[in-house]
Each structure stands twice: as structure tokens, then as C-alpha cells.
Design a protein around this ligand. Structure first.
Ligand SMILES: Cc1ncc(COP(=O)(O)O)c(C=O)c1O
Length: 434
């Protein structure tokens, strides 16, 4: 998008929970003390596994129900009264505290999957008669949610190319309550200028309409590479199944936002029921978050090498990786995608198009490769490759795929932790079969 306007979102850097320590240290330790659970004698918090909790007295039970998702109560000051797993649960609660901190937001609610988080986050913002504007390129199931389900709920969806200056302003209407996008977008890696989206939404609000809420799916970047709430977004959603979990063992989702939305999100999750299982929250909290910076640094370094290699390869038509100087939005990437130390952090995801039949490459990989695996999902220790038009984005019609910039020859690559030379050798051999 054109000229960057300064976002009015308050800058958030320090936090009372990690006064003198960096974010990477915080992600390893979390809070040593939390109101969520007294686990002071464990270095690693125990896995909790209890659907219901002993209430002690009728009065305590009544107070627990009364205080759940109560707007006037400050959760960091009072120990929660645990009642039933679907309402609140200690391991999940600790993961939420750390995720809110990692994204520099006030509050986090986790969900069973990334899609439960997308529908939950938007579920508290939208109602019948509202409109949502979304970027034309989205993960296939988010696209399907908007295309197939929202019209049934009486919510009108307008798609626009939010990379184009002025496109959002044209798409906004007095009924627009939310603007939704991924940046980088799955799978094309297009970036959306978050500050410019905020400026357009504020301009719309100055005309007397309520300001549309800016919701971004930050799964591709992870909070290690980009913190959208500090750039002007109102709500961040994640698939924890990906780099935040990091090992490809558990599914999960998260919504991180302002304190004002916390009660609604908790009530929504209680009633719609898509809670994150504590047994899935535990590995994400104990293994995923502490190793996020380490994994992202390694994967990103390999991604840069792979992007360079692909860009020079005669069988490759085009490579989209925000860390390549040839990336059309390279300058925006440098401004928006930074790690906790402020260094450029273009992430571990790539999209490239090949000359020839991409299935020759994929089938060669499926049968012969060791370091690169033909599989969907992304953001884990293993390098994964897939064909969006045939797999993750197959729910889109051919026309819709074309409309959002997807090409049949396009392949999505998620870089893992293998030796980069092995990843390159597998790709080299596979490309020879294109
Ligand atoms: C960008 C993005 N958002 C959301 C999701 C949905 O996450 P989950 O599979 O955990 O529901 C995915 C899944 O691939 C994704 O890539």
C-alpha cells in the first residue's frame, strides 16, 4: 500500500511480568508465579487432567460461576476458581498468559484449532447484518468459512486486494465491522500493510461510522517475526498447530486482543465449546513456546538459503519470500517483520512456481526425498511441501483460485530444522524431474 501513516495503536514493549528480561528468556520461563496455579515446586508445570474441580463449598461454587468472565474482575489479581475444563483450566491459562505476552497483547483465549480461533475471534465481533472485508488470498478453510458459512449467518463478505492502495477504502461500508487478512498471506506470501489498514479504518470512522476492527491471522509470521498489535491491529489469531506448537504433535488456536474483549471471548468459548485440551496446551507451553525463537532463527536462515537457490534455478519461474531483495514488497517486509531484537525477520515460509508439471516434483519427493516431505501443515521441525491449488486451497473454485493469485504451478514450502544442504539436495534432485 502507498504512504505509511503512523498507527495510533499504543507502542507496547515492557511488561510487569518480565521487567528486566528479554522476550526470549520469558518464553523459556513464563511466569514463575501465576494466579492460575500454585506450581511453585515444579520447574515444569504438571499436566493437568481433570474435567471438573472440587468446589469446597456451595458458596465457593456459586462465586466461581458468578466470577467467570466477569467484566469487573481483574484476572491477574485473583486466583481463578476452577469449575469445569470447558470454562477455564490451569495449564491452558498459563499458556494464554505467555501467548498474550509474546504478541504484546492484553489477553489471550486459546481454542481447539486455528479454525476455532478464527471463527471465535470473529464470532465476538460480528452479528447478523454486519459486513466483513477480507483480503482476496486466505487459507482455504478461512476462505470457505467466509464464502460458505457467513452468508448463512447473515454476514456479508466483501473480498478486496488489500495490497493495492485505496482498495480497502473502496470496500469499506458503514456496516463493515471487521477487516480480516493474513500477512504473509497463505500461500502467496503477499504482505498487507497493517499501519495503512489502520489508517484507512480510522478515516472511515471519522465519517461517523464505528471503526472496523482489524483482525490478522499471524500464523505464517509467528510473534517472533511480527507483532501486529503493536502495528495497529486489534486482534491476532493463530493456528498453534504450526510454529507456535512447533513439533507437529498437537492442534490448537489462539486469539490475542485487548482486555475489553476478554469476557466476550471467554463466554463465546464456553458456549460454542471449542476449547484447547490441556494435554495439547502442555506441549505447546513446555516445548513449543520456549524453543520458538531458536527454531525460527534456524528455519529462517535456511529459508533464505533455499530462496536464493530457487531464485537461481532454471526450472523455477518465480519465488516469493519476503527476505529476498527481489520480493515486490521487500521494503514493507523490512518495516513490518522484525524479531524481538528489532532485526529483519522474514520467516520460514516460501511460495514458488515452477516451469513444467509440479506433480512430477511432488511425486519425486513423495517417493525419494528424505529431508523434504510431501504433506500439508507447516511450521514444524520437518520441511514440508504441498500444492495449494490441489490441497490446502482445493475448496476454492478454479475461478476463485485465479482471483486470489494462485497458480497451478505454485508450491508452498515450509522450512524445518534439517541441515539446509540436505533440503537443497532433495529440492535439486526433485526439480530435475519437473
Ligand atoms: C494461515 C492459517 N490460518 C489458520 C489455519 C487453521 O489452523 P488449524 O489447522 O489449526 O485449524 C491454517 C492451517 O493450515 C493456516 O495455514
Amino acid at each position: 500500500m502507498a504512504k505509511r501513516k503512523k498507527s495510533k495503536a499504543p507502542p507496547r514493549t515492557a511488561s510487569p511480568h518480565r521487567p528486566a528480561y528479554g522476550m526470549e528468556t520469558f518464553l523459556v520461563h513464563g511466569r514463575h508465579h501465576t494466579k492460575k496455579w500454585d506450581y511453585a515446586h515444579h520447574l515444569v508445570p504438571p499436566i493437568s487432567s481433570s474435567a471438573a474441580y472440587r468446589l469446597g463449598s456451595a458458596e465457593r461454587g456459586a462465586l466461581g460461576f458468578h466470577s467467570f468472565a466477569h467484566d469487573g474482575l481483574e484476572p491477574s489479581k485473583a486466583s481463578p476458581i476452577y469449575i469445569y475444563d470447558r470454562l477455564d483450566e490451569p495449564v491452558r491459562g498459563m499458556l494464554e498468559e505467555s501467548l498474550a505476552e509474546a504478541e504484546q497483547g492484553d489477553f489471550c483465549a486459546t481454542f481447539a484449532t486455528g479454525m476455532a480461533a478464527v471463527s471465535g475471534g470473529l464470532g465476538v465481533l460480528l452479528q447478523v447484518g454486519d459486513e466483513i472485508v477480507c483480503h482476496r488470498t486466505l487459507y482455504g478453510c478461512s476462505y470457505s468459512l467466509f464464502k460458505n458459512w457467513y452468508p448463512r449467518l447473515g454476514i456479508q463478505v466483501t473480498t478486496a486486494d488489500l495490497t493495492k492502495p485505496g482498495a480497502l477504502a473502496k470496500a469499506l461500508s458503514p456496516k463493515t465491522r471487521a477487516v480480516y487478512f493474513e500477512s504473509p498471506a497463505n500461500p502467496t506470501m503477499e504482505l498487507i500493510d497493517i499501519g495503512a489498514v489502520r489508517a484507512a479504518c480510522e478515516k472511515a470512522a471519522r465519517k461517523g461510522h464505528p471503526r472496523p476492527q482489524i483482525v490478522i491471522d499471524n500464523t505464517f509470521a509467528t510473534p517472533y517475526c511480527q507483532r501486529p498489535l503493536t502495528l495497529g491491529a486489534d486482534m491476532v489469531v493463530h493456528s498453534l498447530t504450526k510454529n507456535l506448537g512447533g513439533f507437529g504433535t498437537d492442534m490448537g488456536g489462539a486469539v490475542i486482543t485487548r482486555k475489553e474483549l476478554s469476557s466476550l471471548l471467554l463466554l463465546y468459548r464456553k458456549d460454542f465449546g471449542g476449547v484447547l485440551a490441556p494435554k495439547s496446551a502442555w506441549p505447546i507451553f513446555v516445548y513449543g513456546l520456549p524453543t520458538l525463537p531458536l527454531r525460527m532463527r534456524q528455519q529462517q536462515e535456511s529459508a533464505r538459503r533455499v530462496a536464493d537457490f530457487l531464485e537461481r534455478h532454471p526450472r523455477v519461474r518465480r519465488v516469493a519470500y519476503p527476505g529476498l531483495p527481489s520480493f515486490p514488497q521487500y521494503e514493507l517486509a523490512r518495516q513490518q517483520m522484525t524479531d524481538y531484537a528489532g532485526a529483519f525477520a522474514p520467516g520460514s515460509m516460501l511460495y514458488f512456481t515452477v516451469k513444467g508439471d509440479p506433480n512430477h516434483i511432488l511425486n519425486y519427493i513423495a517417493r525419494n526425498a528424505y529431508a523434504v516431505t510431501l504433506a500439508v501443515s507447516l511450521g514444524q521441525t520437518r520441511t514440508l511441501i504441498e500444492s495449494p491449488t490441489q490441497m490446502t486451497h482445493a475448496t476454492l473454485s478454479a475461478e476463485d483460485q485465479g482471483g486470489c493469485g494462485l497458480e497451478g504451478e505454485g508450491l508452498r514450502l515450509s522450512i524445518g530444522l534439517e541441515s539446509v544442504n540436505d533440503i537443497l539436495s532433495d529440492l535439486e534432485r526433485a526439480l530435475a524431474h519437473a
